[in-house]
Ligand binder design. Structure first.
Ligand code: B3K
Ligand code: ZN
Length: 878
């Protein structure tokens, strides 16, 4: 156990900073065994802070003091107090210069926060509170300072020395070292500070902004990866153009740099002018990266680039406001990707993610609003709720205002708050002020946790020719929030006639029908909407485009769902109807394995599959079965084995019924010509590979050969991985040969090897856990590399549902062992892994007690991090 219970930070305790740091001059001396950081802070008492005391508190962790002076005078030992979390200087004047020098050990920093070593390079990660591991500072986002950074290091080992802003000086020193100085003209919080030193290569391009300024674009990588940067560069230029066109936002420095590193806790980081990326979101070549990788790279490059305005120029006042920058920037990157690829498919993917993972978070012990009220460790709040639900909340405002007014509101936001650290309230105020819309009730979306539910019934009155929708909203209690208030929910809907055409929608009391698809604004717990002049009983199409992040309950018959699946004019709802129907079939079979398929279902799937005009990528979404974990969420108590068996059985049954169609579609979509990651080619490949995955449901030698041939043809990594992952589900020499060959072929490419680890981790083979344990000892595995841990341990525990939840509890023990092992290395990664098990109460009593036991083991373990303590203790309480 921890020595003392870690303290909780509350939003209600927020106070403006008592001191400000106007200017920061940093000097880094990087050596093989250690680094020295020299800092000069020009500080003043904050004129806006009432009752600022005479003493100054700076954060700092794991720093060894070399010296500290105030206005040039060395501080006497009794003038300050040092502790584990910082330094307090007892008496400071109104304005002063604080100079200090500390020793740090980046080589020993396995937590990958602060300054650390990755391979042979040094890099930093400061968000949220990592800067305090570099030097003493007011490490909070509402202290914005101008930084100048000088780096001194050996010229041969570290020819490239980078920091934020523009390069203003470089000099060769006589002792084989060199020195460079960077200056960032924009005041920024310390979490956006970055430094990189290494032997790197770069590709370079240029972007001319709308106002005619030339920006130098560079992507830095280790030399062996120099041929994998083109797609990232293309994505960057597209992002820059998109932000100009859609938001009128230009880039503001002379240079924009991206650096790819192999050891990184998350996806990437938006440091001002110097984005640092997990190499997974930069490096791609058709033979090493899948279509999905190409798309993620585009999305993450966009996301980080867009932060320059939504995050950097306008930042967060405190970490409770994280969604201010993250929700908004996710919304922006979603729209960017939608514009670059297939809009409909992108929306489906985003909703699939939200429903599968954010809804689960909202229904579990870690549930929190998009603007949380408290945290123990802020790193635990970089969640799907803050990011993805946060994006939905911005999207709803976009839709309520309409595109044009939303743009005006964003212009107002940039105009009002550029250069400031603000709150989500400030953001909503801009939306309200620019539109005149009252968003007072809407703001509850920021403070209320949990997924709202809409229970809707529809009643047709043939005599009155009217159709009435009764909508009831509710939200289940979440930890610390027993009572929920009604939200302002935009419900997009239409009514379909028998032919599938949208009926004109005229509400009682309206003179004219408004339009054929409209948004109803829900405000109260129960609302009724009566549509008149409705000539026949319609089929309602509800929550079109997923207009709000809610669960919808409407008692559709199977045939109504099939009708919507075929006819709804809203593409999202066509997909959703198919998913609902498949979910219904599978769940019915959990209770009753022999339940028949609804009449006409196989034909409906066949006609979708063989309809040559339909969008292939969309069709893939329609035919992709809901994930086991998501199906589990729909049950009062998760039946792990029942769901797995029913889902596999259903897939096999469809595969058998549609074998010849699947074969024909597979053949018709063979790869033609050179690899292109454009939406049409991606759609073709993913449809072909979906067919293959259905076909491989059966033990069919012909199909198995197809799979091996596809692997051997090796056209591109998308097709190769599709084949390898299907083969990895089987035992037998052929599969083993393929896996061995794959490892041999790619042994020098860590990102490709991650894929190799993952396909084995998520294999359906009965010995999957044994295999994972064996792979942990493989020389290419490394517990200190987060990508490897996620690829093997994370993939097994989160995606191999049936094996992770094995009745003997071995999966749970494995996870807890790894979490404890990791916690000593990298608490952020450990805490993230443990979350996988946080919803243990949803399982049967035997599994519950096995999981609970592991949580207890963890919480009783000596010296666990506060990251892990928060997840374990909340999981046990919740
Ligand atoms: N802002 C970073 C995330 C930092 C996570 C710190 N634990 C990346 C992003 O959202 O763009
Ligand atoms: Zn972000």
């Amino acid at each position: 156990m921890l020595q003392e219970t870690p303290k909780t930070t509350y939003l209600s305790d927020y106070r403006p900073p008592e001191y400000l740091i106007d200017q920061v001059d940093l000097r880094f001396y990087l050596d093989e065994a250690e680094a020295r950081v020299h800092s000069v802070l020009s500080m003043q008492r904050n004129p806006a802070a009432e009752n600022a005391g005479q003493s100054l508190r700076l954060q700092g962790e794991q720093l060894e003091l070399l010296f500290i002076t105030l206005n040039g005078d060395e501080l006497k030992a009794d003038a300050y107090t040092l502790d584990e979390e910082g330094v307090t200087i007892h008496q400071v004047p109104e304005r002063f210069t604080l100079e200090s020098s500390v020793r740090i050990k980046p080589q020993e920093n396995t937590a990958l926060e602060g300054l650390y070593q990755s391979g042979s390079m040094f890099c930093t990660q400061c968000e949220a509170e990592g800067f305090r591991k570099i030097t003493w500072f007011l490490d909070r986002p509402d202290v914005m300072s101008r930084f100048t950074t000088t780096i001194v290091a050996d010229r041969e080992r570290y020819p490239i020395l980078l920091s934020n802003g523009n390069l203003i000086d470089q000099e060769l020193l006589e002792d084989g070292r060199h020195k460079v100085t960077w200056e960032d003209p924009f005041a920024k919080p310390a979490y956006l500070f970055a430094l990189v030193a290494g032997d790197l290569r770069f590709i370079e391009d240029r972007f001319t902004t709308a106002s005619g300024r030339d920006v130098d674009l560079r992507i830095y990588v280790e030399s062996e990866n120099i041929d994998k940067c083109d797609h990232a560069m293309e994505s960057l230029k597209n992002s820059m153009a998109w932000d100009e066109q859609q938001y009128g936002r230009e880039y503001d420095l002379d240079i924009f740099m991206i650096v790819a590193v192999n050891d990184f806790n998350m996806g990437a980081m938006e440091n001002k002018g110097l984005n640092i990326f997990n190499s997974k979101y930069v490096l791609a070549r058709p033979d090493t990266a899948t279509d999905r990788d190409f798309q993620s790279i585009e999305g993450v490059i966009g996301h980080e680039y867009f932060h320059n305005w939504t995050g950097n120029r306008i930042t967060c006042r405190d970490w409770f406001q994280l969604s201010l920058k993250e929700g908004l920037t996710v919304f922006r990157d979603q729209e960017f990707s939608a514009g670059m690829g297939s809009r409909g498919v992108k929306r489906i993917e985003d909703v699939r993610l939200l429903r599968a993972h954010q809804f689960a978070e909202d229904a579990g012990p870690m549930a929190h609003p998009i603007r949380p009220d408290s945290y123990i460790e802020i790193n635990n709040f970089y969640t799907l709720t803050v990011y993805e639900k946060g994006a939905e909340v911005v999207r709803m405002q976009h839709n309520l205002l309409g595109a044009e007014t939303y743009r005006k509101a964003m212009d107002l936001y940039f105009q009002r708050h550029d250069g400031q650290a603000v709150t989500t309230d400030d953001f909503v105020r801009c939306m309200a002020d620019a539109s005149g819309i009252d968003l007072a009730q809407f703001k509850r979306w920021y403070t209320q946790a949990g997924t709202p539910e809409l229970q809707i019934t529809g009643e047709y009155d043939a005599t009155a020719r009217s159709f009435t929708l009764t909508v009831q909203q509710s939200c289940p209690p979440t930890p610390g929030q027993d009572e929920k208030s009604p939200l302002h929910i935009p419900l997009a809907m239409g009514l379909l006639d028998q032919r599938g055409d949208d009926l004109p929608l005229r509400l009682e009391g309206e003179a004219e029908p408004v339009s054929e698809s409209r948004i109803l604004s829900l405000h109260r717990e129960t609302e009724r909407f009566t549509f008149i002049d409705i000539p026949e009983a319609p089929v309602p199409s509800l929550l079109r485009g997923f207009s709000a992040p809610v669960k919808l309950r409407y008692d559709y018959s199977d045939s109504e769902l099939m009708f919507l699946m075929a006819r709804d004019n809203d593409g999202f709802n066509r997909w959703d109807a198919a998913q609902t129907l498949m979910q219904r079939i599978i769940l019915k079979r959990v209770a009753n394995p022999g339940a028949p398929l609804p009449d006409g279902f196989v034909d409906a799937v066949r006609s979708a599959l063989t309809d040559s005009v339909s969008d292939k990528a969309l069709l893939v979404e329609v035919l992709t079965l809901p994930a086991e974990s998501y199906l589990g969420d729909q049950m009062a108590q998760v039946d792990v084995v029942g769901i797995h068996t029913a889902r596999e059985g259903f897939k096999s049954q469809l595969a058998a019924a549609l074998r010849s169609d699947l074969m024909a579609v597979y053949e018709a979509n063979r790869e033609q010509g050179a690899y292109q990651p454009d939406p049409l080619s991606i759609g073709r490949r993913s449809l072909r590979n979906l067919c293959l995955s259905y076909l491989m449901q059966q033990d069919d030698a012909e199909v198995c050969q197809l799979c091996i041939d596809q692997y051997n043809a090796g056209h591109n990594m998308t097709d190769v991985m599709a084949a390898v992952s299907l083969l990895a589900d089987r035992s037998g020499t052929e599969s083993e040969q393929v896996l061995i060959g794959f490892q041999q072929r790619w042994k020098d490419d860590p990102l490709v090897l991650d894929k190799w680890f993952t396909v084995q981790a998520i294999s359906k083979r009965p010995d999957a856990l044994e295999q994972v344990k064996r792979l942990m000892k493989h020389p290419d595995f490394s517990i200190t590399n987060p990508n490897k841990v996620r690829a093997l341990v994370g993939a097994f525990c989160s995606a191999n549902v049936i094996h992770f939840h094995a009745a003997d509890g071995e999966g749970y023990a494995f996870l807890a062992d790894r979490v404890l092992e990791l916690d000593a290395i990298n608490p952020q990664v450990a805490a993230r892994m443990l979350r996988i098990m946080s919803r243990w109460r949803r399982y049967d009593p035997s599994r519950q007690s096995l999981m609970k036991h592991q949580f207890q083991r963890i919480i009783e373990h000596d010296g666990i991090s506060k990251d892990l303590f928060e997840i374990a203790s909340k999981s046990l309480e919740g």
